[in-house]
Design a protein around this ligand. Sequence first.
Ligand code: URA
Length: 480
Amino acid sequence: MNLHRITLRNAADLDGFRRAVRWLACEELAPQHVVWSLDEAPGLFGEDALRDAPPVSLPRGVARLIELGVCHSDPERYALLYQLVWRVLNGERDLLEVASDPLVHRIDAMARAVRRDLHKMYAFVRFRRMKAEHLERFAAWYEPEHFVLEAAAPFFIDRFRSLDWTILTPVGSMRWDRRELRFGPPGRREDAPAEDGFEEGWRGYYESVFNPARVNPVAMRAEMPKKYWRNLPETASIPGLIQTASRRVDAMIGQEATMPAKRTPERALEAMWDQEPATLEDLNAIIAKAGPLVPGATQAVFGEGPKHADIVFVGEQPGDQEDLQGRPFVGPAGRLFDKAMKEAGIDRSHAYLTNAVKHFKFEQRGHRRIHSKPTAGEVKHYRPWLMKELELVRPKLVVALGGTALLALTGKSTPISRSRGRARFGPYLGYVTVHPSYLLRLPDEVTKREAYEAFVEDLRRIHDLAQADPDTGELPLAAE
Ligand code: URA
């Protein structure tokens, strides 16, 4: 029997496999006449020089199984997939419907394993800022089980389009420079920073979304196998969170009795994680359904602005006017903010304005509703929604207006005077400045004027930062 050897890359060589299939099908070579071998960098299809052949038409389901199957680490993957193709092209067009067929069963299981590996990668890659870099660059080390690097690329580009990032794995690497994706050689763990300044932030974020009522360490380990833990800063919190979970569940149950059944924040969070919102509209529907944490607000006030604005401004919570009109920053602080933005050259209609807390909290004094500052606990409850909002908008720059916004974005309470200026909030370039209502509260006109000028100056920097050159990452503020 004349055997034909096909050598493909020992990676997800989808193009190579497709080309080989076209040629083999055209030559009518059955699987038993083909030997598949793997090489790190094969020449053009190894021993058999393949000529171009016309495409073959395969059912969509088969084409999808091929896309996933080539990513599997099983060395027999190409041989198995070609057996599938051969049978489909030779009288068994509906083969995939025969779930009991051993070949279908095996390839299905491979596809499921690859899908699972992709989801794990989406969830467990943590970018860290590269030290001593003048440009803003991030790197992550990750060890997938299968060859999923290329298949995962669209997800990471979509999520982190405005960042310059590299993912290093033992079998290959990829770099997105905000314009182009390039694949490269395998990396080493030590090529990616072990940590950066935002470890605390990731931990705080994880703690805020952790639901003690759902603790199941076995399931947790299955979902987040220990091998990934060392790359995830938030896993430092897991043992403590598990130990205190039952106490926290008791506290939750006690709390629930004092709250209207439909409106508990825990329910809101559960709703959020059960059906992850894919759009801002979905997210807003969840927030609206949850209702205010503290009773009284007329409505939830959602973020407002273009869906993918370059700048997101995060305020504290809606005020009296915002509560009535259902829009952020439309009261006295909002008017001052509008004026300052205009002076700094920022077009409000191009920015996205939102708040750390989405409902107005107040004290009733006669006819007046006096703003009451949200507590740290309230900020924490709304925080996952804010994080999800940022994830959906994917801005270039996130601006914390005042201490409450800063607490929401970092999980830490820090004086504005200490953190004013450029910052980093997880994957986002950030900026910290005062809240416009602080300017309204200043007692004398001179101080007020000076503080206002400084605020406008901050907004000018913010405007420049959001215009950073996407090619070089150079900021107009390079002198800073
Ligand atoms: N203050 C805020 O923080 N947000 C608003 O929307 C209005 C005032």
